[in-house]
Design a binder for this molecule. Structure first.
Ligand SMILES: Cc1ncc(COP(=O)(O)O)c(C=O)c1O
Length: 462
């Protein structure tokens, strides 16, 4: 409790508002260490002064935690900063300049599969929406933070993925958290693929799903999924089967048609049925003949689709698409939708332009070009005799199967101006150490040839 005396003293220290925007008030009130309830405060114009509770103890503890991550090989490398995007020229696609270097890099580690983030139509749409609606929404959606571009994007993405309705989120990550909260009650049972994305796993934790109400099947193992469905405990009313459409570390896909068949066998056993959810963040826009993702590629069907605008569409934000009732439940129940500002109008307008574009003749041409470049790269990789996981997705994993070798390849490729990601244990199981290459629609035939030539050089050097 803050004492009346302390409160009075604090208030005295804060200048009265000046004019419409008020004075810059920077007052720091802190409870003293030891929990006495005494209030310490400091104000020095606009400059905060640290008086007490320095971070030295917790910093020391955090340092130990970070050192442990480093020792376990789980620490992230320092972040490189892209300081310039160099436009395509002649036969080559875009290149990147990084801070601290003048070298031009070919980027093979981006999820921007259709390469739309510099498209003039997206930039113009974002510009126009910014001029019309401003740069921020000013409030959460249900407190008048909903603008025309939010509503328009929801309708458009629902139509694109063939569902009656959709809700947009700040990211696919928060969409998955919100979906888990929405669908979980005390008799919900969750079944998921072992390699599901972190946000699906976190979603179940945030939704407080108890251990005995979830099951995991080995990656894409349909016998294990069948068993998990058969073993759902009595008393469960609703079952959710959730999986990535495309598994981003491997570029392989969920066998959606088979999953649909298995789920159909069990749907009748539960009062609220069995629902399938595909997180198709790496599929929507880039995969299948029409860019509709895993449904398009496999011919299967999922009841609910989660996706992102931040990969194939080249913008930002996520969505859930499903029935009208589900989407209204999301609006009412999903904390990650309710208690946070939405995307700005510019992101929504750019994402809408991206979906329109993906759905147009130009989109179809980009997709065709992308698929041709993937095929070109895969042919070259086969000729080099590098092991990979087959499939037509833009994620092409090069299975090197050794941590030191992966590091050596990534370093040498970097020195030759190629940006790729090395995936080592514990991100992937031991023995599956991989270099992940991602193709996008801005890559030219000459770019892929250059990449293959440099892979060949590195293969001879390591
Ligand atoms: C399957 C899956 N879901 C969600 C995400 C997160 O997408 P976003 O960046 O929109 O949060 C990713 C990104 O890596 C992903 O692979």
């Amino acid at each position: 409790m803050i004492s009346a005396e302390a409160r009075a003293s604090l208030q005295e220290s804060i200048p009265a508002p000046m004019g419409h925007f008020g004075a810059m008030v920077v007052a720091e009130a802190r409870l003293a260490p030891g929990g006495t309830g005494d209030l310490h405060w400091a104000r020095s114009g606009n400059i905060r002064e640290e008086l007490d509770m320095p971070l030295d103890k917790i910093d020391a503890a955090l340092r130990e935690e970070l050192e442990a991550l480093q020792a376990q090989g789980r620490a992230k490398a320092p972040e490189r900063i892209i300081r310039e995007v160099v436009p395509p020229e002649g036969k080559r696609g875009p290149r990147y300049r990084l801070e601290g270097s003048d070298q031009l890099f070919l980027r093979m580690n981006s999820n921007s599969y259709l390469s739309l983030s510099h498209h003039p139509r997206l930039i113009e749409a974002a510009d126009q929406a910014t001029h019309e609606f401003g740069v921020g929404p000013g409030a959460v959606r249900f407190i008048d933070g909903t603008f025309t571009p939010h509503a328009a994007l929801e309708k458009r993405i629902a139509r694109f993925v063939g569902k009656p309705a959709a809700k947009i989120f700040n990211s696919a990550y928060t969409a998955n958290l919100g979906l888990a909260i929405t669908l979980t009650h005390d008799r919900t049972y969750w079944i998921g693929d072992q390699l599901n994305h972190n946000c699906i796993i976190r979603g179940m934790r945030i939704a407080n799903v108890p251990r005995e109400q979830k099951a995991i099947y080995a990656h894409n193992d349909m016998d294990e999924l069948r068993r998990a469905l058969e073993e759902v405990p009595d008393g469960m009313e609703r079952v959710v089967v959730i999986f990535d459409g495309i598994f981003s570390m491997r570029g392989d896909f969920a066998p959606l048609k088979k999953i649909e068949e298995l789920v159909a066998e069990h749907h009748g056993r539960f009062p609220e049925g069995v629902v399938t959810v595909v997180d198709d963040s790496h599929g929507i826009g880039a995969y299948g003949d029409h860019g509709r993702g895993t449904e398009d590629f496999t011919g299967g069907h999922a009841d609910v689709i989660v996706g992102t605008f931040g990969k194939a569409f080249g913008v930002n934000g996520g969505f859930i698409a499903g029935s009208e009732q589900l989407i209204e439940a999301v609006r009412q129940k999903a904390d990650t939708y309710i208690y946070t500002n939405p995307l700005g109008a510019a992101d929504c307008a750019a994402a809408l332009a991206a979906v329109d574009l993906a759905d147009s003749k130009e989109g179809a041409q980009r997709l065709k070009h992308l698929h041709e470049r993937i095929a070109q790269f895969r042919r070259g990789v086969a000729l080099l005799g590098i092991e990979t996981i087959p499939g037509p997705h833009p994620v092409v994993p090069l299975l090197i199967r050794d941590t030191d070798q992966v590091r050596a390849w990534v370093k040498k490729l970097y020195e030759k101006g190629i940006l790729v990601v090395g995936l080592t244990y514990p991100v992937v199981p031991r023995g599956e150490e991989t270099i992940r290459v991602q193709i996008n629609a801005a890559h030219t035939e000459a770019d892929i040839d250059e990449l293959l030539e440099k892979l060949k050089q590195v293969q001879a050097e390591v």
